[in-house]
Design a protein around this ligand. Structure first.
Ligand code: 4AD
Ligand code: MG
Length: 433
């Protein structure tokens, strides 16, 4: 039976074997310490030379000094409860075998510059902090799936190669598709509109691509997005679904990942209130709030990151902004018949200045209007014939949204930059390693 550090509590008093990597080691004459990590956790292995149970033999005692940081090792020892800290265990080590001695490890336990760490991202991932982030990311992904699966949604993934733009043509990644051109998907939404007509409540969850030629703390070139779409939902149903969804994810992470959040030194009192109804602001109200603090803001424009911060800093819960001007939103957004010029769109701005994590809204269902919008946005009608069929054959009100997974991870973990939210980030100017 394989043993892991995460289940030491079940083996107190027993002799077990662990395999992992040497995170840190030190020796002080009579006793040597190895901090062993195996991916499930970290444990202190304590080496005393001797022949009693829980003491180590001569050979292992000498082997210890040949061990370098990140060498892979096998340790046999007796599991002991920590004398002072409840829930903490250590190993009274009896032996040490170096499976593969590591060359001098480039990442030491001191501070390193960001570029250096990014060049060594494949190794940097082994650090405590990166491991904690990936645990939270995994929890968020599972929570996303559980939320929708538990509410009768069907996962209907969208293609990555697409014939046309969904979110405007300015950041499309063009690629060759045999003898034709294709684009990497910016969003699975248009396809979800089709599957929603087949299955009612659907979502897709996959990678999306935007050729954003800018270096910001919130933009990735390749990011993961979850996109629910619901037949017969309107803008207000959509906001309700989004707020229940965000509450579910945040509360799941708080409940299931306390150790990871602690390792990240996350102030969880900021996450605890993320429950219940979120404040909602009409674009016009939000614009007035922004204008007061940023006189340069032009009413009618989209919000910049500092503008979003002005709004979100006023609330302890995420805030919806709805009814953005149609002119600054995508072609598929429904214009509110009661408010010409305004779209039935909604963005959700996260707390603590994190800004937009969700974008979505109610979709235009009229064939004539969608045809006109496609023209106005300089898109090719023939690429969207299939999409217009959804308006020809039983058109229906529907709404949905997209959550950027990495934006959610950055916010929930309290990270200053999106680059640490995904194992191998693709950034403007970087696709190595
Ligand atoms: O607001 P966006 O562009 O909306 C859509 O793509 C819709 N088609 C979604 C839908 O209604 N089904 O993107 C949605 C979310 C943003 O709120 C943000 O969280 C994330 O995707 N996002 C990015 N995340 C990281 N890097 C980027 N470059 C991102 N661009 C958008
Ligand atoms: Mg958006």
């Amino acid at each position: 039976m394989r043993h892991y550090i995460s289940d030491l509590s079940q083996h107190v008093g027993q002799k077990i074997e662990l395999k992992g990597w040497a995170y840190n080691s030190r020796s002080s004459g009579k006793v040597k310490f190895l901090e062993l990590r195996d991916g499930t956790g970290m444990v202190s292995c304590v080496y005393y030379r001797g022949t009693e149970p829980g003491q180590c033999n001569e050979e292992s005692w000498n082997e210890f000094d040949k061990m370098t940081q990140e060498s892979s090792v096998k340790v046999v020892g007796i599991v002991k409860a920590h004398p002072k800290h409840a829930g903490v265990f250590e190993l009274g080590a009896e032996s040490l075998q170096i499976l593969s001695r590591a060359e001098e490890y480039p990442i030491s336990h001191k501070e390193h510059g960001t570029d250096f760490l990014m060049d060594n991202r494949h190794l940097w991932l082994r650090s405590k902090r990166q491991v904690a982030i990936l645990h939270v990311r995994h929890e968020i992904v599972k929570a996303i799936r559980d939320f929708f699966d538990g509410r009768g949604f069907t996962l209907t993934d969208a293609p990555i190669f697409t014939p046309s733009a969904c979110e405007g043509t300015s950041n499309l990644f063009e690629t060759q598709y045999f003898d034709e051109k294709a684009y990497l998907s910016q969003s699975g939404q248009l396809y979800m509109e089709a599957t929603a007509a087949a299955l009612g409540k659907v979502y897709c969850f996959g990678p999306t691509f935007r050729a954003e030629k800018s270096k910001t703390r919130r933009h990735l070139i390749e990011f993961w997005m979850v996109e629910p779409e619901v037949a017969f939902n309107d803008l207000y149903d959509n906001m309700e679904l989004a707020e229940q969804f965000i509450e579910y994810i945040v509360q799941r992470v708080l409940k299931n990942q306390p150790d990871a959040l602690k390792a990240l030194e996350r102030d969880t009192t900021k996450l605890a209130p993320i429950k219940g109804a979120f404040p909602r602001l009409h674009y016009d109200e939000a614009a007035i709030m922004i204008k007061k603090e940023n006189p340069e803001f032009i009413v009618g424009d989209d919000f910049g990151a500092p503008d979003e911060t002005i709004i979100s800093s006023k609330f302890e819960k995420p805030v919806f902004v709805h009814h953005f001007p149609s002119a600054i939103k995508a072609f598929y957004m429904k214009e509110d018949p009661k408010e010409p010029g305004k779209s039935m769109s909604c963005d959700l701005l996260a707390t603590e200045g994190y800004g937009e994590i969700i974008g979505g809204g109610q979709r235009e269902e009229s064939l004539e209007t969608i045809k006109r919008k496609i023209k106005e946005h300089d898109l090719k009608e023939k690429d969207f014939e299939w999409f217009m069929d959804l308006r020809r054959y039983g058109s229906f009100p529907h709404a949905g949204f997209g959550l950027g997974v990495e934006r959610a991870v950055a916010w929930i973990c309290g990270l200053p930059h999106i680059r640490e939210t995904i194992p191998f980030p693709r950034l403007y100017g970087r696709h190595y390693p």
